[in-house]
Design a protein around this ligand. Structure first.
Ligand SMILES: Nc1ncnc2c1ncn2[C@@H]1O[C@H](COP(=O)(O)OP(=O)(O)OP(=O)(O)O)[C@@H](O)[C@H]1O
Ligand SMILES: [Mg+2]
Length: 299
């Protein structure tokens, strides 16, 4: 039996009764007036470890502690299998940690809630629903008085209001991901988790999506926790980057990214950017070589 317990997993989560305290807070957040004293989007991980075996040996994530501030954009970078998705699942409440705890705005995360929403790499839309219904799904489940209007508001934000009545399969990959982002934002989450959301897109679409996400960030501003394998994407988007160790996954280094770096027209020509990029690439390579058991770099 697995020691880490999978909790209810739903791509749209409806666990909140609109009449409850959590429901009230969500409505407040949606209305842009968070309850007094509530920091919106503070994520705290305390000594989080995850093991999938019953005796708790072979941790895939080991002793991760960190705090993410409201509105901050942080990215996890690291070799394949180091536990990035596992960490997102723990923060999203889809997976309970074996040891340690996670809280959002002081509330322990024990199951998925609409306070924290997810954008996956692909295939996350409801194929049988029109685009507008996909986006309206969360607001409707939360008892929003005008789910359709809310859906249109977020579709406008991602530039897809003209596609409200079509089915997702008629859209390109990039457009589908924009719908997925609109859908995730439509529940007004205070935390948005994005697991390689642009990984399946071609380079040009990906670059446009990155720009769109930067713009959206400033208009809706939830805390974003992002996973990517692309160092330039991480440097372009993030306030902070966590480079992860190879298994058992943990934090190898935390890097604050100076916003001025990404504002420059051609960051690759900027010496500090170049140095930072090389340093991160070297760290990831070091960890990746451990996965392949090639400490000499295979030379
Ligand atoms: N449900 C599960 N049961 C058993 N082992 C699992 C489960 N989910 C993940 N793992 C293991 O945990 C480790 C971390 O997986 P995870 O998917 O978090 O890695 P990742 O960093 O997201 O990798 P990638 O970059 O390839 O997406 C892997 O060794 C994986 O096999
Ligand atoms: Mg993953």
């Amino acid at each position: 039996m697995h020691a880490a317990t999978l909790t209810r997993f739903g791509k749209m989560r409806m666990a909140v009764d609109p009449r409850s305290e959590a429901g009230r807070r969500l409505r407040d957040i949606a209305a842009g007036c968070p309850s007094p004293g509530n920091a919106v989007g503070t994520v705290l991980l305390r000594n989080v470890s995850v093991s999938f075996v019953s005796d708790h040996s072979l941790a895939v994530v080991s002793d991760v502690s960190l705090m993410i501030r409201p509105g901050e954009f942080v990215t996890f970078l690291g070799p394949s299998g180091c536990g990035k998705t596992t960490l997102l699942n723990v923060i999203g409440g889809m997976l309970l940690p074996t040891v340690g705890e996670v809280s959002i705005d002081g509330v322990p995360v024990t199951a998925p809630t609409p306070v924290c929403n997810v954008v996956f790499q692909q295939h996350s839309l409801f194929e049988w629903m029109r685009v507008a219904d996909n986006v309206a799904f969360g607001p409707r489940a939360l008892g929003h008085p005008d789910p359709r209007g809310e859906a249109m508001r977020f579709l406008r934000l991602v530039g897809l209001e003209d596609y409200a009545e079509v089915y997702p399969f008629t859209l390109s990959g990039g457009m589908q991901q924009r719908v997925a982002i609109a859908r995730a934002l439509a529940t007004a989450p205070s935390v948005l988790l994005m697991d390689e959301p642009f990984g399946a897109l071609d380079a040009q679409t990906r670059s446009i999506m990155q720009e769109e996400l930067l713009k959206l960030r400033h208009s809706v501003a939830p805390t974003v926790i992002f996973v990517t394998h692309d160092v330039d994407e991480a440097l372009l988007l993030s306030d902070r980057i966590f480079v992860m160790r190879a298994a058992p996954g943990g934090l190898k280094e935390e890097i604050a990214v100076d916003a001025d770096l990404r504002r420059s027209d051609d960051p690759m020509r900027n010496e500090s950017y170049h140095e930072l990029r090389q340093r991160i690439l070297a760290q990831i390579r070091e960890e990746t070589l451990k996965v392949f058991n090639r400490p000499d770099g295979g030379r």
